[in-house]
Design a binder for this molecule. Structure first.
Ligand code: ATP
Length: 295
């Protein structure tokens, strides 16, 4: 069964200026083992597409006008909040750009990871490696082990000690690893990563991307990677979707789209990447201005 199938998704957002349609007829299909890159300029609707998948847009601000988002065959737009809760953060893991805003500064890393593991284990005891009916003490012990193992997996050295540290005691790259650990603890089938490496320097970025790639290989999950960076897409994605003004212009296997883009906008995005051969003053912009969505 297809892991994620978005069909004809139309979303409007409300602001002081009124209601504006932001997403127009989004179609996207992600299978297990695929890493989809979603690229496009600022404001093209990438993040709102990602947030829609876990229905994280509050109904007071966003309204789904039409379409469906089927996760393992189940339409998430029709699911109740109660049905959504176990999916969000468990079946669907999420990583966002800035690790500082997603970790609570006043709690130790271990406490935060154990909480997530216990929460995931409450719905599915196998996450903790336990049978249903395990005692509270057994669950706590198992959650701690899962937290340490996961930190080890994402490359945090000395995890038994580091779980006692607070977020500010970690570097930016290490905090992002902690967030990946947090997203992976519930053994999600789909990982949505919104600019997960933008705030990091290039070598740390490469390590984080390799980590995501290895997790896909190992667990056969699907990934939606939202990014501005076509270099990142070329590095780890199997497929790419190009967004512009709330629409998907072009989708396909990554090499096909990057080598032979069928849309002039994709070509312009590719042309705007500096290369080692780019001379000073030669960098090309996309031309024109990003049109206002509120029209
Ligand atoms: N809460 C909101 N209320 C009204 N409009 C919003 C809201 N959030 C986002 N928008 C609008 O929706 C459009 C798409 O936003 P979105 O964040 O999905 O873009 P993006 O492609 O992810 O951009 P970026 O790359 O900068 O993160 C933008 O024009 C934005 O102004």
């Amino acid at each position: 069964m297809t892991l994620l199938k978005i069909e004809n998704l139309n979303l409007s957002m409300r602001s002081f200026e009124g209601e504006t349609q932001i997403l127009h007829g989004i179609d996207l299909k992600i299978e297990r083992g695929e890493i989809w890159g979603m690229v496009g300029e600022t404001g093209s609707g990438k993040s709102l597409t990602g947030l829609s998948i876990s229905r994280l847009i509050p109904s007071a601000t966003g309204r789904y006008l039409a379409g469906s988002i089927a996760f393992e065959g189940r339409d998430m737009l029709k699911a109740s909040e109660r049905e959504m809760r176990p999916l969000r953060g468990r079946k669907i893991g999420m990583i966002f750009q800035d690790p500082t805003t997603n970790l609570n500064p006043v709690f130790r890393i271990g406490t935060q990871l154990v909480d997530v593991a216990l929460h995931a284990g409450a719905g599915d005891p196998s996450v903790l490696g336990l049978e249903p009916g395990a005692s509270r003490a057994q669950r706590k012990k198992a959650a701690l082990k899962v937290a340490i193992d996961m930190l080890d997996k994402v490359g945090i050295p000395d995890p038994e000690k580091r779980i006692h540290d607070y977020p500010h005691q970690f570097s930016g790259g290490m905090r992002q690893r902690v967030l990946i650990a947090m997203a992976m603890i519930g053994k999600p089938d789909l990982l949505i990563a919104d600019e997960p490496t933008t705030a990091l320097d290039v070598s740390v970025q490469a390590q984080i991307l390799k980590l995501i790639h290895d997790l896909v290989e190992e667990r056969n999950i699907g990934v939606l990677l939202i990014t501005h960076n076509l270099g990142v897409v070329a590095q780890i994605c199997t497929h790419v979707a190009v967004m512009y003004r709330g629409r998907i212009l072009e989708t396909g296997p990554v090499m096909q789209v990057l080598k032979k883009p069928s849309h002039v906008y994709t070509q312009a995005l590719l042309d705007s990447i500096p290369t080692a051969q780019t001379k000073r003053g030669e960098l090309r912009g996309l031309g024109g201005i990003m049109p206002e969505l509120q029209s």
